[in-house]
Design a protein around this ligand. Sequence first.
Ligand code: PHE
Length: 338
Amino acid sequence: MLAELEEIKTDALAAIGKIDNEPDLEQARVNFLGKKGRLTAASAGMRDVPKEQKKDVGQKLNEVRTAITEVIEEKRAALIAVRDAAAFASVDPTLPSRALPKGGLHPLTHVLNEAVSVLRRMGFALAEGPEIETEWNCFDALNTPEDHPARNESDTFYFENGKLLRTHTSSVQIQTMLKEVPPVRIIAPGSAFRRDEIDATHLSAFHQLEGLYVDKSVSLADLKGTLEYFFREIFGSKTEVRFRPHFFPFTEPSFEVDLKLHATGKAAKWIEIAGCGIVDPAVFEAVDGKRGDAAYDPGEISGFAFGMGLDRLAMIMYGIPDLRLLIENDVRFLKQFA
Ligand code: PHE
């Protein structure tokens, strides 16, 4: 039996040595080590081996199995190495990788970044407030009475619990004054929502940039100077800015701000870009009432506020003809700003 085992080993090593592909190697493994293979068949002979030889024969059996298993594994590794080498031969690892498409900033983000950077240089700090607001923060505190059209079901998105999607970022004026004492100098960019029919110049979710400055003796001159400087920084020193008397419940006096646009080939025209005014004392009184102190005593302090449409600003800055382009996310459109 020892001789038979030695013969199986010699045969196996010779056969495996000649093999040059993986299927043949697997076949050889089955032939020698498989359930019906030669070594398995030979090991059945253990039954007839005399007791005193069983140990030696058993050892030989193990030795042969290990030897055959090892050469099979070595051969397998060698064949895989050859296969990999062949695969890599057709690849040039020194080639630069294919360029991934680069992301870019949305035009609104560009506009926002630019606006914020100008206003921060002027000393305004960024403030925030929630998009889901209370009626009090969005309307009552801003001196907007119960029967004001902006509060109508048909103009505003209400939740069942009475909260609403803020119709303007002016609610951040209130949020800020409830938390901080004067002097306050903040800007608050963010989304605002109205039940507007969507068309080229209206979106139901749009973007505003709110500003609020409260201190001792803040005047209309400060407001005018701030906004004129702002628009000239953004659109150039020759930009013409017009303040047109208007009405907002929370400012008195109030103005709408127009910019004069010189589109090539067309007559220059004024376009409305912001609302602003001197903070109405009623707003300060509402805030102090809620705070329970006199931090915003209208006899002591005054302020100005403004709110501008960022989507409109982007339209002007980039000559975008239709606001809907800003929300459709068509890559062909967005790519031009990346
Ligand atoms: N909240 C006003 C609007 O959405 C704009 C505004 C802000 C007006 C601040 C005056 C002061 O139209």
